[in-house]
Design a protein around this ligand. Structure first.
Ligand code: TMP
Length: 208
């Protein structure tokens, strides 16, 4: 079995973490070895960097510092967690990856796309997900769910609504620019329906 790298993307409260676990469970019932991971984080060092990013005031970091922290975490995550799993023939399901940097730090915080692309090419060369599922839902529903969850990691939730509207549009634009890699999933549906839509797309894509 060849390892495949699948990422889940979307704004706040889209249900990515739940769906990443469900997708991994379904892969395992098909006897496909699989690792679930997340960004920022996914390796001990990257989880340390995550703590710096997800706590505190929205203005705690200027946009470029934030972007570099994210790519520092990503470099460690890819080298220590993702690549070894893919080399061992496992599927890797990752809750967020580089598309989140284009959306949050690019569209959200005004860093030019070309700047992010240059950093991406230094850090990752041409390493990209094989498939990206973009969980799309209206901002007010997503933020409502995220607030109801009452999690501690609220730094990005606390950016204003216009920021979150830019993110939603940015993810949809990414899907339009990379139609072979990206599938948009309607995340307003119930958890089971979303899980089914994801499995339909993944199984079709990889012939599982
Ligand atoms: P999570 O809430 O999905 O676990 O992600 C943590 C936060 O990190 C989320 O609010 C989005 C943010 N983030 C970025 O701003 N840029 C990135 O590249 C990544 C991976 C996450």
């Amino acid at each position: 079995m060849i390892g495949r790298f699948i990422t889940l993307e979307g704004g706040e409260g889209a249900g990515k973490s739940t769906q990443a676990r469900r997708l991994a469970g379904t892969l395992q019932t098909h006897r496909i070895p699989c690792l679930v991971t997340r960004e920022p984080g996914g390796s001990p060092g990257a989880e340390e960097i995550r703590k710096l990013l997800v706590h505190g005031e929205p203005g705690r970091w200027d946009a470029m510092t934030e972007l570099l922290l994210l790519f520092a975490a990503r470099a460690d995550h890819v080298v220590r967690t993702i690549r070894p799993a893919l080399t061992a023939g496992r599927f890797v399901v990752c809750d967020r990856f580089t598309d989140s940097s284009y959306a949050y730090q690019g569209a959200g915080r005004d860093i030019p796309r070309e700047t992010i692309r240059r950093i991406e090419s230094v850090v990752l060369e041409d390493f990209k997900p094989d498939m990206t599922l973009i969980l799309d839902l209206p901002v007010e529903i997503g933020l409502g769910r995220a607030h109801a969850r009452g999690a501690a990691e609220t730094r990005f939730e606390n950016f204003d609504v216009a920021f979150h509207e830019r993110l939603r549009q940015a993810f949809l634009d990414i899907a339009k620019r990379s139609p072979d890699r990206c599938t948009v999933i309607d995340a307003t549906k119930g958890e089971d329906d979303v899980a089914q839509a994801i499995w339909d797309a993944v199984s079709r894509r990889f012939g599982l």
